[in-house]
Design a protein. Structure first.
Length: 74
């Protein structure tokens, strides 16, 4: 979990910037997972998902393909 991660990073003396970037990445991945599940249940559109992740639809398409996730909800 996030608190365990932060404690480990502090023990290891990791730079603040590295910790910030890691937390941002974890937050993005969590949001991506949440929105992707909604998309697969047809609760949101592809455009909505991209907008809430702060990426273009083309970037989102690439992100999903890189993770070998379906790009349609049909």
């Amino acid at each position: 979990d996030t608190m365990t991660f932060l404690r480990e990073q502090l023990k290891e003396g990791k730079p603040d910037e590295a910790v910030r970037l890691e937390l941002l990445a974890r937050g993005f991945e969590g949001k991506l997972t949440e929105l992707y599940e909604q998309f697969q249940r047809s609760e949101c559109s592809f455009g909505y998902m991209a907008e809430h992740l702060g990426v273009t639809t083309w970037d989102l398409y690439s992100l999903l393909e890189q993770r070998e996730l379906r790009t349609t909800n049909l």
